[in-house]
Design a protein around this ligand. Structure first.
Ligand SMILES: [Zn+2]
Length: 326
């Protein structure tokens, strides 16, 4: 009888939370949404669990929910979606259990963060409190955060993506990182077209995964986003190329450069507009090959959905960044 009463309370509670959060979101600006998330991260951060650990996991889950249709898309402010069996305990027969007592009995991870007596898998306070408690249990291990991520996601690529997001947030000390830049100075002479899917002349019948921006030798190539330089070196197709991973699970690929900006190396953090190298015609052969085609920047975008990484068309994004300038 008490349980039934609890369930009814829960249903009306959920209804209230969702109906208010939806109408509240309509009124929020982008800045307010980001500030609201930050308030939640700060509330549950500590010396052992800095805010950017919570923020990085939250952002990663938001990223994959945007591109996967097999995942539930969470409402603002917090996107972290604990699997039900993890929250209530693997052997707990009641998947929607919110009783802290029985969740603890079944070794579930779910906890009550806001003191309302329920461990609610949908409540941002309960989610972040639970996450912080989970992470703090690793705080005194070497690379504890990395180990916690590996235990939770069980995939090295996901761990790498989440660590990248955390590194960017920690460096800039904010989650308000929406700025973008066009990859070439908009004052330079250049031209590009939407050539998505056009065939490439060399290296077999692979589709052309990116956009070619034709410009003169030595025109600066700039990072379009905040991110971490993941690769910087030679590749037989791309020549001297740079790969940068951002906090939206996007990998940005800049190829055929004549040279790099020596201030940066693999692991460096960049922001939009940072010069990473210069336009050239390197590639399509062994290291140092150049001049087999007109100088241009090949720019590619790849999205990681938590399982696979695939190429998508940069052209519409380039048009937007070009229009916005800086
Ligand atoms: Zn190209």
């Amino acid at each position: 009888m008490h349980r039934l009463f609890g369930v009814l309370i829960f249903i009306s509670f959920i209804y209230t939370v969702f109906s208010t959060s939806v109408s509240a979101n309509e009124a929020l600006t982008r800045e307010e949404i980001l500030a609201n998330r930050m308030d939640y991260y700060m509330k549950y951060s500590s010396v052992e669990v800095p805010w950017y650990y919570l923020a990085a996991m939250d952002q990663f889950e938001r990223n994959i929910q945007e591109v996967r249709n097999d995942l539930e898309k969470r409402e603002e402010p917090i996107s972290i979606n604990f699997p039900a069996h993890f929250w209530v305990g693997v052997d707990n027969p009641f998947f929607e259990d919110q009783s802290t007592f029985s969740i603890a009995y079944f070794n579930g991870i779910g906890k009550d963060g806001n003191g309302d007596g329920f461990a609610n898998r949908q409540d941002p306070d309960d989610i972040l409190y639970t996450l912080a408690e989970f992470l703090v249990s690793y705080a005194y291990e070497e690379n504890g955060f990395e180990q916690a991520l590996l235990d939770y996601y069980e995939t090295k690529e996901i761990v790498h993506q989440v660590l990248t997001i955390a590194k960017i947030y920690a460096y800039f000390e904010t989650n308000a990182l929406d700025k973008r830049a066009f990859p070439l100075p908009t004052t330079a002479h250049y031209s590009y077209r939407g050539t998505w899917g056009a065939s490439r002349g060399w290296g077999g019948r692979r589709i052309h995964e990116g956009t070619d921006l034709f410009a003169g030798y030595g025109v600066p190539v700039r990072s379009v986003s905040y991110g971490v330089i993941e690769v910087m070196g030679w590749n037989e197709y791309g020549g001297w190329r740079v790969g940068i991973r951002d906090m939206h699970n996007t990998y940005h690929y800049y190829a055929h450069l004549s040279s790099f900006n020596k201030e940066f190396k693999e692991g460096s953090i960049v922001e939009p507009g940072d010069v990473i190298g210069y336009v050239g015609s390197s590639g399509y052969g062994k290291e140092g090959t150049s001049g087999r085609f007109p100088p241009h920047l090949h720019y590619g975008m790849y999205k990681f959905n938590g399982r696979v990484e695939w190429a998508f068309d940069p052209y519409p994004h380039l048009r937007n960044w070009e229009r916005e300038k800086e």
